[in-house]
Ligand binder design. Structure first.
Ligand code: GDP
Ligand code: MG
Length: 664
């Protein structure tokens, strides 16, 4: 008998291992039509005429990643004879969610209960017979990696074959009523879809996009209107209620069929996880790690290195450049452009390279050791509270490096609304460019509290992101698909990969110094040394005129100087340019070290603090705005973000200034 068997299961449940032991060398590898996801098929050894198809690993049939779409369309349209559902016994609750969705389809199924070795090493024992009875399909315990259970599975496939489960989850009354109505409405429609009408009805109520698309393509429009109407009358919460009913059913099942022995020899990695992933302690532990990173960056290592580099620029480099220019007999304006423009502008930014490098080095350690993936899990609960899920935490963390890749990384999120919200809040994650401004100011004004103030700025950025997400939640509700992430094993980070990673991030910073910052230095120098009447004192220059126009806007925040105004305008091109601008407008030929002294003369500490908060929150740089437009596909949202962040920055800085005046 010729039969097609579809192998389906969660990622990492052991599909590839099972596929390999069942098919051996008889495999064909191709692609799913239209996408680059690999499609494997093969003939099962000892089961002539069978074709085993490896479906993409998915956690459910609900969310809408490419893999999920492929898996669900295959099951709906290809009429496989058997679904071989592989389940990771050590993660039963999560794996069974997918199983329940499969069994509800009403297609013949067999469950391969894999990784029973892992489960028993964790002290989980499973009553397989009872599980089979409750699921009402055959359950074959296996260790796919070793091939244990293979014979049993083969016999099952050959002799008894798969069974259509009689499993029925009972949903709340109105939902059952709606399902029944839909079934009646669809009774005369000859849908060419594999699953039961009940399943189609449930998925319709859950607003599953793939099912919806197929039903729309096949059903008459009168019927579709009816279906639409039934769904609308149920309200927004139907999909959640359906999900909850499945989870409740699974929870009860697990109580019945599993027993957890106390494990005596817990692995050390489990022990660390029970602390790091702790419901309550998890978040303070995360914050403590972040604080430690800032201590290293500012108090212990980074600042000292930056000081060394600073002395190098203001000493040997400045002197070398001056004597070279003198020996070349260069015209005075050119010498000034080189020293007061380019060296002051580019050098003032480059001195922060060590701090940025150290920050990324530390973040790479957290990443490579396996901690960041755990932080995302700790944050999941929290992210749900603001209408997102743990997956969105990763783009946000990337935002600490640069907001541009952060917004691009929102593509990994499954739903459009989640992507939109995450893109809009990403700019509040304080990027490394802003760090150069913080470094300059904290070393000038808050020598004793450098790490604390910078930490406070980062936390404020996160807090604003949260507030914004909460506001957006009122207008765009993200789908809270289930967030499941594999925990990578803990590993000692490799120095080489840490250095590569750090360089990868620092490279962008250096490249910017050589391009946009270099260009801006030249432009700013000219604007700062010329007026309509030719060469001029800086206070009479174009630059002073431009800055003077917007300076009054910032008077209530404590800094009404044209220099601050210009710095904030040019910061829109790239936030580092704020430092460049300060270097040029205040540096004026002196060694870079005295920039600090001049700043101390023009800002009060309270104004400096308020300036820092403004830098943190105000309109993101132009590159960020451009990708935001591209990724959200909407000028309205992008413009809203520009205006919103400016207003928020102004208000917060004003508050900070009012309070700081009393304290500082
Ligand atoms: P897939 O993502 O579903 O294709 O899963 P893989 O077949 O790639 O398996 C994921 C990991 O689990 C691999 O490292 C396998 O060697 C391992 N693995 C698979 N089956 C078992 C099993 O029954 N027991 C144990 N201990 N490990 C397994
Ligand atoms: Mg695989």
């Amino acid at each position: 008998m010729k039969q097609t068997i579809a192998l389906a299961g969660n990622p990492n449940a052991g599909k590839t291992s099972l596929f390999n032991i069942l098919t051996g060398t008889r495999q064909y590898v191709g692609n799913w039509p239209g996408v680059t996801v690999e499609k494997k098929a093969g003939v099962i050894k000892g089961l002539a005429g069978s074709m085993l198809v490896d479906l993409p690993g998915v956690y459910s049939l609900s969310a809408q990643s490419i893999e999920e779409k492929l898996a669900i369309s295959y099951l709906l349209q290809e009429f496989p004879d058997t679904i071989l559902n592989i389940v990771d016994a050590s993660n039963l609750e999560r794996n069974l969610y997918f199983s329940v969705q499969l069994l509800e389809m009403g297609l013949p199924c067999i469950v391969a209960l894999n990784m029973i070795d892992v489960a028993s090493s964790r002290g989980i024992s499973i009553d397989e017979q009872l599980l089979a009875k409750r699921l009402s399909v055959p359950v074959v315990p296996m260790v796919a990696r070793k091939g244990t259970g293979q014979e049993h599975l083969l016999t099952q496939l050959q002799k008894d074959g798969a069974v259509v489960s009689s499993l029925v989850i009972s949903y709340p009354e109105q939902i059952e009523a709606a399902i029944a109505e839909i079934a009646t409405a669809l009774a005369d429609e000859k849908l060419n879809l594999a699953p039961s009408v009940r399943w189609i009805a449930t998925m319709w109520l859950e607003r599953n996009a793939t099912v919806e698309q197929l039903v729309r393509a096949q059903a008459a429009s009168g019927v579709l209107n009816q279906l639409e109407h039934i769904r609308e009358s149920l309200g927004e919460m139907a999909d959640q209620e359906i999900r909850n009913a499945r989870y409740t059913w699974i929870e009860n099942l697990l109580h019945e069929v599993t027993a957890q022995k106390k494990v005596v020899n817990q692995t050390w990695s489990d022990r660390i996880d029970s602390l790091i992933l702790h419901r309550i302690l998890g978040i303070p532990i995360f914050l403590a790690f972040m604080f430690l990173v800032f201590q290293i960056t500012f108090s212990w290592v980074g600042t000292a290195l930056s000081d060394v580099l600073d002395e190098f620029f203001s000493g040997p480099v400045a002197e070398g450049l001056a004597s070279a220019l003198a020996s070349l007999d260069s015209p005075e304006w050119f010498s000034k452009l080189m020293t007061d423009g380019i060296l002051a502008g580019v050098g003032s930014v480059l001195v922060f390279l060590p701090q940025i490098g150290i920050l990324f080095f530390c973040l790479s350690i957290l990443e490579d050791s396996g901690y960041m993936a755990r932080a995302a899990i700790v944050m999941d609960r929290f992210m749900r509270a603001i209408g997102l899920n743990g997956k969105a935490f990763i783009p946000l963390i990337l935002g600490f490096g640069c907001n541009v890749p952060a917004i691009m990384a929102t593509r990994t999120l499954d739903d459009h609304k989640g992507r939109l919200v995450t893109s809009l809040i990403s700019p509040f994650m304080s990027c490394s460019a802003r760090l150069s401004v913080y470094s300059l100011f904290v070393s000038a004004f808050f020598v004793k509290w450098q790490a604390e103030i910078v930490f406070l700025l980062y936390v404020t950025g996160i807090a604003m992101a949260i507030v914004t997400a909460l506001i957006l939640k009122k207008f765009v509700k993200a789908e809270d698909g289930l967030f499941l992430m594999e925990l990578p094993p803990y590993r000692a980070p490799m120095l080489k990969s840490l250095l590569l990673n750090t360089w990868d991030k620092a490279k962008g910073f250096v490249r910017k110094a050589g391009t946009i910052i270099f260009g801006m230095s030249v432009l700013l120098w000219f604007l700062g040394n010329f007026s309509w009447n030719g060469m001029a004192e800086m206070d009479d220059s174009f630059l002073a005129a431009i800055g003077g126009v917007i300076a009054p806007v910032f008077a209530p925040l404590g800094y009404a100087t044209w220099q601050a105004g210009v710095a904030l305008i040019t910061g829109f091109l790239a936030k580092e340019v704020v430092v460049t601008t300060m270097g040029i407008v205040y540096g004026a030929g002196d060694a870079a070290g005295s920039l600090t002294t001049i700043l101390q003369g023009t800002f009060t500490p309270a104004a400096a603090l308020s300036f820092l908060f403004f830098i943190l929150l105000y309109t993101p740089c132009i590159s960020t705005v451009v990708v935001m437009k591209r990724e959200t596909g909407s000028w309205n949202w992008t413009l809203l973000s520009i205006v919103y962040s400016f207003v928020i920055a102004w208000v917060v800085s004003w508050l900070v200034y009012q309070v700081a005046q009393f304290i500082l």
